[in-house]
Design a protein around this ligand. Structure first.
Ligand SMILES: [Zn+2]
Length: 374
């Protein structure tokens, strides 16, 4: 699993001159229940001519040694329940960072001065931390879901009031019993509402989903505070004893729709603001310029975009072109800069939000845009 803090550490890692091998692997199993990452890895290794003379066990190349270190880790440490891997290995040094992911990522290998973080940023920025509340008149269950995993689960037990059998013995009338059951439900719901408050405070979910029968959920909602009610984005039916897997499967389509809605909203807002020339920018050159001036609040970028740019060797400014002189200081501009990676990194460093959207939706604005702070 990946946390924001882990991602931040990767982004802020200081270079020591050694290059970094970044590897992303799709570790999901195919229809034959097999993983195929090794085919990808050997193919990519054959792209490095210097590895031809490298020998297993006697690495003459730092890159060969790094790949071997990764393969050992995959054999010994990979948890088979996961579906993705991100690994960063220092060439000619010991530093290694491996992250197991519950979701598949696209296969990718890169060697650069710093770890390539864009696919991780996309995961962390895209997925929400969902709080799920299952309720009936006597039970409360709370789950915290992140990237298709249950990261926390709790159940509140209650001490039910006397059952009908006990009631008869105690001599209560049916009417009294009914009244007592109502009183009991109110009592439990008040208690449950306090538990939900505590859950929200401790686990800080981005949003909440209420599950149960229509009647129970509607009644329970009345006991929730205004701030909790505002966080509820989805209400659905579910059995109180549904397993976490059943809950995740049931909610997956709703969560997916929520992500699609958010993507569409971000693109619409960008388009609207560009149309009004109001606090927005489009295209690589302009967005890059605003980003370097710290003015971008939300970077909206097409998924799987590959754009090459340059960097001025004197003032360090990034440019959406390669070669020539720097327009700021006249310095020489290098090429071969992965512009998407640089922009995503810069946005993260500035605490700007990053939204990844389908490439087709951003075509007419040049594949990238930014909502500006001012
Ligand atoms: Zn310059």
């Amino acid at each position: 699993m990946i946390s924001r803090e882990q991602l931040q550490n990767l982004i802020e890692r200081r270079t020591n001159g050694n290059r970094i091998l970044s590897v992303y692997l799709d570790m999901s199993v195919n229809a034959e229940n097999k993983r195929t990452y090794d085919i990808f890895l050997s193919k990519r290794k054959s792209d490095f001519p210097q590895l031809d003379s490298d020998r297993a066990g006697h690495h003459r190349e730092a890159l060969g040694e790094a790949f071997a270190r990764l393969e050992t880790w995959l054999d010994e440490e990979f948890d088979q329940s996961n579906r993705g891997v991100a690994a960063f290995l220092e060439l000619g040094g010991d530093w290694t960072e491996t992250i197991q992911l519950p979701l598949p990522v696209e296969n990718r290998v890169a060697v650069d001065e710093r770890p390539v973080v864009t696919p991780l940023v996309e995961l962390v920025e895209r997925y929400h931390h969902h709080g799920v509340i299952l309720v009936d008149r006597e039970h409360l269950r709370m789950l915290s879901l992140y990237m298709d995993q249950t990261v926390y689960e709790a159940e509140v037990e209650t001490q039910p009031y006397p059952t009908p059998h006990d009631v008869k013995r105690g001599g209560f009338s049916a009417k009294d019993f009914q009244k007592r059951k109502e009183e009991e439900a109110r009592h439990f719901f008040r208690e449950f509402a306090a538990e939900v408050e505590r859950f929200d405070r401790l686990h800080r979910p981005d949003d909440l989903t209420l599950l149960g029968t229509h009647e129970n959920v509607r009644k329970f909602e009345e006991f929730l505070s205004e701030s909790i009610r505002k966080k509820v984005v989805h209400i659905d039916r579910a059995e109180i004893d549904a397993t976490p897997t059943e809950v995740r499967q049931k909610l997956a389509p709703a969560f997916e729709r929520q992500l699609e809605r958010e993507e569409a909203e971000a693109v619409n807002l960008l388009r609207e603001r560009i149309g009004q020339s109001h606090k927005a920018v489009a295209g690589f050159a302009e967005t890059l310029e605003q980003l370097q001036e710290g003015k971008v609040e939300t970077l909206i970028i097409a998924r799987d975009n590959q754009v090459s740019g340059g960097r001025c060797g004197t003032c360090n400014f990034l440019l959406a072109r390669t070669g020539g002189d720097c327009p700021y200081c006249g310095g020489e501009v290098s090429d071969g800069i992965d512009l998407v990676e640089e922009m995503v990194r810069m946005a993260e460093e500035q605490d700007a939000r990053v939204g990844f959207v389908a490439a087709s939706t951003l075509q007419d604005v040049g594949g990238v845009g930014g909502l500006l702070r001012f």
